[in-house]
Design a protein around this ligand. Structure first.
Ligand code: ZN
Length: 89
């Protein structure tokens, strides 16, 4: 007969060494560079989520911010460890 002592670790503690994510809120401003003059204009993430028309502060060039860019921005932030609060886009 096998007389195996139950030697499993009682403390089944999984060391969750997950990196700590920083949650950023929609007020956080990110720089968006202008196609025309390459200058950065800062917009809040909440503003960008509405996919607005972006007007450059420097040359007044206007273009629309697309859902694709929003997705790219969001995943880029996530790669840096930043997660959007209440991101449901
Ligand atoms: Zn510009």
């Amino acid at each position: 007969m096998l007389k195996r002592q139950n030697q499993t670790n009682d403390q089944n503690s999984v060391d969750r060494s997950a990196p700590i994510a920083t949650i950023i809120n929609v007020q956080t401003e990110v720089p968006i560079s202008c196609d025309q003059c390459d200058c950065d204009t800062h917009y809040s993430i909440g503003h960008l989520k509405a996919l607005p028309t972006l007007t450059c502060e420097f040359c007044q060039d206007a273009r629309s911010f697309t859902q694709l860019e929003m997705n790219v921005l969001e995943s880029a932030l996530q790669q840096m460890g930043f997660y959007l609060a209440g991101a449901k886009a």
